[in-house]
Design a protein around this ligand. Sequence first.
Ligand code: ZN
Length: 692
Amino acid sequence: MAELQRPTLCCCRKVLTVPGKSCESGRGLAHCRPVDVASASNFHSFKLRHFHLDLHLNFAVKRITGWQVLELTPVQPGVQSLILDTHPSLLIHSVDCKVPGASGTPDVFISLTHRVEPFTDYGSSLNISLPAAVIRPHRAFRVTIRFTTTDGPAIWWLDAELTCGQTRPLVFTQGHSVCNRSFFPCFDTPAVKSTYSATVRVPEGVTVLMSASRSAYSKQDRVFQFSMEYPVPAYLVALVAGDLQHADIGPRSRVWAEPCILTCAVSKLGGSVERWLNVAEGLFGPYVWGRYDIVFLPPSFPIVAMENPCLTFIISSILESQEFLLIDVIHEIAHGWFGNSVTNATWEEMWLSEGLATYAQRRITTEAYGEAFTCLETVFRLDALHRQMRLLGDNNPVSKLQAKFEPGVNPSSLMNLFTYEKGFCFVSYLSQLCGDIKRFDTFLKAYVEKFRFSSVVAQDLLDFFLGFFPEMKESCVAQREGLEFERWLNGCGPPLCEPDLSAGRALTGPVQHLCDLWGSDPPDPQKIATYDISSWSTFQIVLFLDRLLDRSPLPQEGMSLLSSCYSALLDGMNAEVQIRWLQIVVRNSFYPELPRVRSFLHKHTSRMYTVPLYEDLCCGVMKCFAVEVFYQTQGRLHPNLRRTLQQMMFQSSALNTSTAQSLFSSPPSVPSSPTDPPANGTIALRDVNVSA
Ligand SMILES: [Zn+2]
């Protein structure tokens, strides 16, 4: 793809358009890096006050047609063009502009010339020429863009067979990280926020929901109206439309779902959500978004959950695994403060959203369910972090909290456990420095209040921390040897320290003892029989199975004994437990249990459960079995997932590249669909299901 001259973005967020020239921050060239946001070359030239979307959804041809009105004010003199992010799949029909007439004269309408140019593999640049005669600094004007979406990465059309009810089609959007440029032209960067509104026209019987604080519906016209009164970045604009019904589960919360799963969804969450919101408000200050609703999406939803403001999107497959559902919803609630209200200004510092949201999620679970429960969940996730570390090696650049993207790298590929768990460990370390967890809660509350509805870089957080605790600034905690803040941010490898999780020992201790018994040669069935895992929680069982999986392949006799002890029990448990057991089965090539693998893959059609199992099947001696099951089930898989699995089975050598390569170099010559999350191996996919 042709390389355009890329804008460079400094940590001080001053944008330079001259590559190689340092900025005024005094930090030198190392801090000024190219960014893959076409609009970065001019988003500081404008104030985006608001935008409106007017959309018509056509399920028959899977297209959205409409227009967008951007309300802009130039804040610098000499602005000659407006550059927005867009995508080759978005067809731009026309652009025009309305400028208010001066002192009583009528408004001026002008048709604007525009051109779309290639920019990266995941986006294009929309360059709109602005007439110098009418565009003046600090005078507002409106740009209207007419467009049609086609097959872009943000928009997922599901035929009726791919929905839970299998009677009506459904469409949803997924903007994180840089997909919404294929939904509507935008400043597709978390540094720019604005309010938005939308008018959506749909066929009869279709319900539309958006990440908006207000909504209204005119049944007669079949038109939905939405308004988001609080500023949000482009990636948090989200839409879902289909056969959706709702039930209230609290004073400010309702569950939305297809009718066939609504009762189940309500029964799993009823009463809890308001309790979690109350706990979070007690810790971090008021929940500012008004509503907190949840919509359950069919298994084709490509991730577990997405923190769209006012309306969390979550996959219905998680409904059967109660503890995971609880953690995932609480995590999304935590984003109401960390990520949605205070946002990372660049995708290179995604930990500012995910690390803080993970810390906040664990503060909420500690208050609501106790320290032992939270420590168990943390142990299980930190295990996964160390597993990913072993896979990637100590010096892998993805393990840095402040990642540095090379040109052309899709920021979505940075979703990894370091963002969540190393980020969490750094925030925990800051809390330890403070010496009192409640004092640190007060700090976080003040941080949210200070930066509410804005976008920040790590320096903003750390400067505010040292200002809030002057005694720590005086004792130079930022430079403490071996634990320097700079080393936390820019060092490769595991967290520099981890929080004390001994409060979870009553729950994690038996798990480790049982793992040790299974590790002895030969295992002693009598000692093993003293542990009744049927009384364990889901997180204890998944920790046990993950640790056995780490030891696989196991001795053949051990595998037979494992199967006779646990197989029947685990088969009746939730999918998070089952997938781990079946991965053990596959990695040990244990043929007697293969029918269970087949029936699991016939039942589960989501990416989070199919991809890890197929990866294991294709790496081992069971590839023929994988191909057979794939052909039996492919009709019920989303085309994007089908494509991922086909690549895995028929080009499996291409997938054996390390995560490091796939993240930090140009995409392979046969890239997967732009709509697919990167296939970085089992660990990356399954363990990142803490969601976006
Ligand atoms: Zn998250």
